[in-house]
Design a protein around this ligand. Structure first.
Ligand code: FES
Length: 155
């Protein structure tokens, strides 16, 4: 039995009011809602797949892609913006072919724009997972990405 089937078994009476708890259970186990999970939930509750998507996309907490291993956050608070975070963001987008909010298909990287990371004195600042990088310039971006890729190839 798959993890999703095990979760659906807990909701035997198939009441539609359990849609949110089911989605939450699946996400807490899988980390995201796969297409197959959405289809299975819809079939279980006998509602259209589009309805499951409509509900899930309404809530920001649901994800439809697995969490990337390296989550890059580019600060665009006032301090960082003044110091050129816009150029930094462009450099990440150009190099990685990623728009903020998107994740690479290989699940290695995701890119997001955040507001003040609380280190304005070192602007512009980025964070990769829990590691902060200060005074980042666009020409440092290829090096940062290359270092991560090299680390991944070694493993
Ligand atoms: S504005 Fe970027 S760290 Fe504060």
């Amino acid at each position: 039995m798959t993890e999703i089937e095990a979760i659906l078994q807990k909701y035997q009476n198939r009441d539609r009011e359990y849609l949110l708890p089911i989605l939450q259970d699946i996400q807490s186990v899988s980390g995201f809602l796969s297409r197959q999970a959405v289809i299975s939930v819809a079939a279980h509750l006998k509602i259209p797949t589009s309805k499951v998507y409509a509900v899930a996309t309404f809530y920001e907490r649901f994800r439809f892609l697995p969490k990337a291993k390296y989550r890059i956050s580019v600060c665009n608070g006032t301090g960082c913006h003044i110091e050129g975070s816009g150029n930094l963001l462009e450099a990440f987008k150009r190099l990685m072919g990623l728009e903020p909010g998107a994740e690479l298909k290989n699940e290695l990287f995701s890119l997001e724009v955040v507001q003040c990371l609380g280190a304005c004195g070192n602007a512009p600042v980025i964070k990769i997972n829990d590691v902060f990088y200060s005074n980042v310039t666009p020409d440092m971006v290829p090096e940062l990405i290359a270092a991560i890729k090299a680390r991944e190839e070694i493993k």
